[in-house]
Design a binder for this molecule. Structure first.
Ligand SMILES: Cc1ncc(COP(=O)(O)O)c(C=O)c1O
Length: 402
């Protein structure tokens, strides 16, 4: 039998790998997921606060719109390349209502396959090899992937508790400012749960103009603000559209993480570049999903109010329980994460391992988000109050905070 007929499943020759694939960052959290799965497979009741997947379902009116739209033959055809006008109009209307920001649906909105796709595409449409991208540390690891795919370089902006987890622009050297072409920001922040005031974005616009740096504001948790405060959008700062864009996603606002609907909003030149790249890769989202996404954005926002109230109630329950075991941390102002200091004597990875092994509670070690994430672990508010209190009770039994 010849090699071809044997069909062993092994490659007949060395399959090539592009250099860029070898440059992709390693997936730090893959090991954590494996360890959690191992504990669960061994029969343990693990309280998993390590991930960022919304735990409650998409509101029924949105699901119903998808069900009905699935029968519309119009949506069985290719969607328009850059998506349906009605969806772009719906997000523009939402920004007008929620943030008093004007967006031209035709030129200032790009529809994305989830926010992640746009965040990873952006360096590919703006940067050349050797260009520098300013990235928050700690930060969402997908920024690193986009920069690697563009063969650009990262320069990290430390987010320190002493500076309210905002970057200190004064600390960025002249050399980095010269080479930097793009900066990612993300408030409410993953992982630190910090929020940013409008004055910070005003300073950011000024810094961007002075140094010719495009700003990419990742507003994934834009809907989730506590204690009566709606998080500020970067686009609310005067001049923001002249220097950058904002990424918005339906994943967290409407529990639609699996639906993959996101947007890039703002500077028309950047939006057209994103649309151009996407024209070469995709033909927009399934029309039925676009119809359901538009329904989410244009119908009553009561479901969002209820979701935010749920996270706030969980936050309060968790922090009360943590303080009763002596684990002191400042309460998050937004997002669905808590950023908790690691007790002395442990690295964040050692501490997360210990909590998983001894308390069967999974948290994400801060080091996975960057060097300046060391000293913290991230816990999600993605279980109900009882489970969060139970997590704190189990951790309390380890007597680590007395
Ligand atoms: C900070 C941040 N940005 C962007 C995203 C991407 O969201 P999606 O791709 O679901 O829109 C996430 C998801 O966890 C996130 O935490």
């Amino acid at each position: 039998m010849s090699n071809l007929q044997q069909n062993s499943g092994r490659s007949a020759f060395d399959i090539p790998t592009s250099d860029v694939m070898t440059q992709l960052p390693t997936q730090f959290f893959a090991t954590l997921v494996q360890n959690v799965n191992h504990e669960i497979a061994s029969g343990h009741d693990v309280i998993n606060l390590g991930q960022g997947n919304p735990d409650t379902p998409t509101p029924p009116h949105i699901v119903k719109t998808l069900q009905e739209s699935a029968e519309n033959p119009l949506y069985h055809k290719y969607s328009p390349f850059s998506g349906h006008a009605f969806l772009k109009e719906a997000i523009a209307k939402r920004y007008q209502e929620d943030y008093n920001v004007d967006l031209d649906p035709e030129t200032e909105v790009a529809i994305l396959f989830g926010g992640k796709t746009g965040l990873v595409q952006l360096p590919q449409v703006l940067l050349n090899p050797g260009d520098v991208c300013l990235v928050p540390d700690p930060g969402y690891p997908d920024y690193w992937s986009g920069v690697a795919l563009a063969k650009a370089q990262m320069s990290f902006m430390p987010l320190l508790e002493s500076n309210a987890f905002l970057p200190d622009y004064e600390a960025i050297s002249d050399e980095v400012r010269d080479k930097a072409k793009l900066m990612y920001l993300n408030y409410p922040n993953n992982p630190t749960s910090a929020t940013a005031p409008l004055s910070f974005y005003e300073d950011t616009v000024e810094f961007a103009i002075r140094n010719k740096i495009v700003i990419a504001s990742d507003f994934a948790y834009g809907a989730i603000g506590f204690d009566g405060h709606r998080p500020v959008s970067f686009l609310q700062a005067p001049g923001a559209k002249e220097v950058g864009i904002e990424f918005y996603t339906l994943s967290k606002t409407y529990n639609m993480a699996g639906w993959r609907v996101g947007f890039a909003l703002g500077n028309a030149e950047i939006i057209s570049k994103i649309n151009l790249l996407q024209d070469h890769i995709y033909v927009s989202l399934f029309g039925g999903i676009q119809a359901a996404a538009a329904a989410a954005l244009t119908s009553s926002q009561q479901c969002v109010t209820e979701l935010v109230a749920r996270y706030e109630s969980r936050r309060n329950a968790l922090y009360e329980a943590l303080s009763s075991i002596g684990w002191v941390a400042s309460k998050p102002g937004g997002s669905f994460f808590s950023w908790l200091p690691v007790p002395s004597g442990f690295t964040s990875a050692e501490f997360a391992d210990l909590l998983l092994r001894e308390a069967k509670v999974a948290v994400a070690p801060g080091i996975g988000f960057g060097t300046h994430g060391e000293g913290y672990v991230r816990a999600g508010l993605l279980s109900d109050e009882k489970r969060l209190e139970e997590a704190a009770r189990r951790i309390g039994k380890l007597n680590l905070f007395k």
